[in-house]
Design a protein around this ligand. Sequence first.
Ligand code: HBI
Ligand code: FE
Length: 298
Amino acid sequence: ETEFRTGALSCIMAIHHAPPPEAAPDWTIPQDWRSYTAAEHAVWDRLFARQTRMLPARVIPAFIDGLDILRMTRPGIPDFDELNPRLMKATGWQVVAVPGLVPDEVFFSHLARRRFVAGRFIRRADQSEYLEEPDVFHDVFGHVPLLAHPAFADYMQAYGEGGLRAAKLGMIEALARLYWYTVEFGLVRDGDALKLYGAGIVSSRGESLFALDDPSPHRIAFDLKRVMRSRYRIDDYQQSYFVIDSFEDLLRQTRDVDFAPLYEQLRDCPPIAVGELIPTDRVIHRGTQAYARFRAAG
Ligand code: HBI
Ligand code: FE
């Protein structure tokens, strides 16, 4: 089984220089939808078919609703010029193309203005495993459907605003962990069941199965401070997933909240290792960590 994992980008890799010459000062580039080849559209279609076969039973229903509202079910790589009026109507968000990873503060200021930056390139048909930079499938299939959900859309903006403040306080690392364990690898409660919503999960077939069904990873109730202390790995499945109650609850805990006192506490707290549990964790499923041991054994 080939494995497509992406979204495993790292803030550490984010570059801190001027935009490349083809990009605008805000790092955006034209999507230039017409220049995608038939082969590139076919890569999208294949990945899209594979994920939409398995996701309906696993993902939060708002994700499927988003695909519908934004008419992302049409074949081919979405044309941002067609997507954007629908997204604007739903929640006031826009998708803009960028050449690849952008510096943290550029990323945050786009989010703060309700603009989601997306890679314009798509992985090659033979590129499995792992991409260093997020491509248009991860960014648009993974992230954009939930931007049509009002509370999630507001959370993403609040995150961008929080990012700009965190940058001034030297706390980007803590905030990046919040992004990682919610926007990229989050799970959400749905009655007694758990559902997927993180873009890094839903754009990966392997992790869509692993995150929900595998006995290996811990599944822990979301706690803001705990998450901000939690290290993560970018090159393999997560060993712990954090479960929110709802997007509304996540938004309530983050929007209009001054993180400065929390950051002060965090300065005195050691980070929590990948796969570690701490006594205050509300553990929903205690993982066997068998997968982690298997990988560690090489
Ligand atoms: N750039 N294109 C792109 N996409 C991202 O998700 C991204 C980025 N630059 C920095 C960044 N993310 C980080 O700041 C966040 O993941 C915290
Ligand atoms: Fe992502």
